[in-house]
Design a protein around this ligand. Sequence first.
Ligand code: SF4
Length: 372
Amino acid sequence: METGKRVRCRHAFEYLCVHANGDVVCSIVDGRGDFVLGNVGEQCLTDIRTGPRVRRLQQLVLSTHDDFCAAIGKRCPLKNVPCQGGDTSLGSLRFLAIEPTTACDLRCLACPVRDIAGDVTWRDAHKDGGIRFLAWDGLRRTKQHAADVVRRAIPVLAAAPPARRGPRAAMLLRGRIPRSRAGTLPIDVLKRIVTEAGPSVERVDLFNYGEPFLYADLLDALRHIRRVMPHAIVAVSTNGLQIREPIEDAIVAERLLDCVVFSIDGCDERSYGRYHIRGAFDVAFANLARLHRKAKATGLDVIWQYVVFRWNDRDDQLARAIEMAEAQGIPIMFDFARTWGRSRRSADEVRHLTPHLRPFTALPGEPRQGGW
Ligand code: SF4
């Protein structure tokens, strides 16, 4: 980040993200729920949106010049919009993310679902990711347990918001994700928040963590969104394994979605299975190809998203994925992991992927843009 340049995110100003337990946060970056703005089980979305927590969030975002977010005590890749500072005027709500459920059939290596589900331990870390992942995951879990012990022993530390701590103290004092983070949003609550958000919303992301196609009321939810927000773009991101033909047929026939992103990080079982624990490349890819075929000329975009890690970043693997996508006419978009297992390739080595980069994302070491 260029020194002296002030940046903010767009999410604290234009976006809300509703977790499956009802907590409202700024965006997917606060997947743990560290800075909760309110809960839709107890408050209406409008009250949360205009409440003091959102004002405080905006002040915290603007309190640092760089990409460190004082609200969650971490650097945030979405904090990249140049700004003057001081402006906390509340614009209209333009973007809404709803996480229908945290349930997921996968236990991808660096995904928070491993913590949220709470059914994998350090023993699984070794089985799933080998010795290096065990070392990373073991250290992370040990630090979080220690932070919980310290916070219990010294309550004043637990009470202090991340904003009061420096980046290092915030990291050291970050404990485990609470069990209450897991859940499924009741359909009546989901419908109510869509109605409360109103027709001015430009885009609804019906996903966050968890697999949306495991949400039993998915069609009911999508029909309600279409009714209330006929002009909004509606998108879902999926691991591609739980899509059933009757559901996809209804989605295509009724045009319930504008975009379905299949997250398939690899070009074969070997490169895919290293991260997507419990997944099956052939099943995910076959479902992607089938839905893409059915959606042709309907206005529903079906996209293959390939997140690049160090085990799927070889030139031949990237070329093979592009070739497979082109053979089926499927648009493919690459993104680069920033977590454990991130690719070590430089931006110049993979610059040829630029035409296939996900909009607003960046090559390794280069900043994202536009607040996305
Ligand atoms: S900077 Fe990032 S973490 Fe902080 S409020 Fe904005 S989107 Fe959320």
